[in-house]
Design a protein around this ligand. Structure first.
Ligand SMILES: *Cc1c(COP(=O)(O)O)cnc(C)c1O
Length: 386
């Protein structure tokens, strides 16, 4: 089976982890701060907080941005459930804005319409909007940022797919148009630490809050305490935090992997360009990337031209899997999940998200994919869609 994604581990990556295993610290040693520095250098953001998953990063980012009971966040329906879940963890409500059918990203025009409508009829406006950079392509952050000024919400970028990508000359993660950006280092993502995530920000108070929440809400910094320390042993719990810490083994792997990020993304771009070319004549739509965006190409999603095909998507999907092509689907609209149907009502539906769900299939794309493997995917697609 040619998988839809696969990690790329070098001998140096393995050595970096082995070195930590032979050192004094398996966790909370020197490696996590070093990895955070590498992330700051990559993105240009002032602060990086590394944690044990992007889900954890999203959770503490939502808390740092003030989400909680009585608050509201809006996000894209075409994302992994973790994006919406991180809002619900805080006790806040979540609502969804439809996607742009060309980029699969939260559509700023639909966001504008929904904001205008809600403000006209007196329905609640979001405290936070969470754009998701689907497949590695940044959302139209300038447009979303302009709306944030007019309507007073804050922006949290879910960039789980987009490390190594650019938007308007800046690396994704620079937070030029947002308060916080979150990366994932799950093993299927572009850079991996096994499991892991990070939150980037340019705001010291948000970084401080996330650092506290990452580790039980406990601090050893006298400046954050409500009285003088009792002695050298002293710490205070000043908030209710979690154990969301990244280990030194993971951080060392991350630092080593980041060195090859340009290489990873260049290969993904090459493969994507090759797919665009090779798939031209088939009854499907290849993905579109906007002009001021450099996609990191985490995923390659095709949309089937169902009118031209004799079989339905389920049948084609089965045939592709049977011919050894690890096709997948990213994602089922989140509001269709039973958990969210209960919250939003059975009737909740967004037309572009539904349309996307009917037609989309992710085909294999990963850094260590060979041209021959790619040719094999194209050939199987050609056969199955004929
Ligand atoms: C993978 C992913 C997450 C969650 O990342 P983890 O590191 O597995 O917690 C969140 N959002 C999106 C869009 C993702 O693809």
């Amino acid at each position: 089976m040619i998988p839809y994604g696969k990690q790329d581990l070098s001998d140096e990556d393995i050595q970096a982890v082995t070195d930590v295993l032979q050192s004094d610290f398996l966790t909370q040693g020197p490696q996590v701060p070093l990895f955070e520095q590498s992330l700051q250098q990559l993105t240009g953001a002032d602060y990086a907080v590394a944690v044990n998953s992007a889900t954890s990063a999203l959770h503490i980012a939502c808390l740092a941005l003030g989400l909680g009971p009585g608050k509201l966040a809006w996000t894209s329906p075409i994302t992994f459930v973790a994006t919406a879940n991180s809002v619900v963890y805080t006790g806040a409500d979540v609502d969804f804005v439809d996607i742009d059918p060309d980029t699969f990203n939260l559509d700023p025009e639909k966001l504008r319409e929904k904001l205008e409508y809600h403000s006209t009829v007196g329905q609640p406006l979001p405290d936070v909007v969470i754009p998701v950079h689907m497949c590695g392509q940044s959302c139209d952050m300038k447009a979303i940022h302009e709306l944030s000024i007019k309507y007073g919400f804050r922006i949290l970028e879910d960039a789980a797919h987009a490390i190594g990508g650019h938007y308007s000359d800046n690396p994704v993660g620079s937070c030029q148009f947002s308060e916080i950006t979150v990366f994932s280092f799950h093993s299927v993502k572009i850079v991996t630490t096994g499991e892991g995530g990070a939150a980037l920000t340019n705001h010291s108070e948000l970084a401080e809050r996330m650092l506290l929440l990452r580790s039980h809400g406990v601090t050893r910094d006298p400046a954050l305490m409500d009285k003088e320390p009792d002695g050298g042993w002293y710490y205070q719990q000043v908030d209710l935090g979690f154990n969301y810490r990244m280990t030194d083994m993971q951080a060392a792997l991350g630092t080593s992997q980041l060195k090859r990020l340009p290489e990873f993304v260049a290969r993904r771009q090459q493969l994507a360009a090759r797919y665009n070319q090779l798939l031209k004549s088939l009854p499907l739509k290849t993905p579109t990337v906007r002009e001021n965006v450099l996609s990191a190409w985490h995923l390659y999603v095709i949309r089937l031209d169902l009118k031209q095909l004799k079989d339905d998507k389920e049948k084609l999907f089965k045939q592709l899997r049977a011919s050894g092509i690890g096709v997948n689907l990213h994602y089922i609209p989140v509001y269709q999940q039973p958990f969210y149907r209960k919250r939003l009502g059975e009737a909740f539906s967004l037309p572009e998200a539904e349309q996307y769900y009917r037609k989309a299939i992710s085909i294999p794309l990963f850094g260590v994919m060979s041209d021959e493997e790619q040719d094999c995917v194209v050939e199987s697609l050609g056969r199955v869609l004929a």
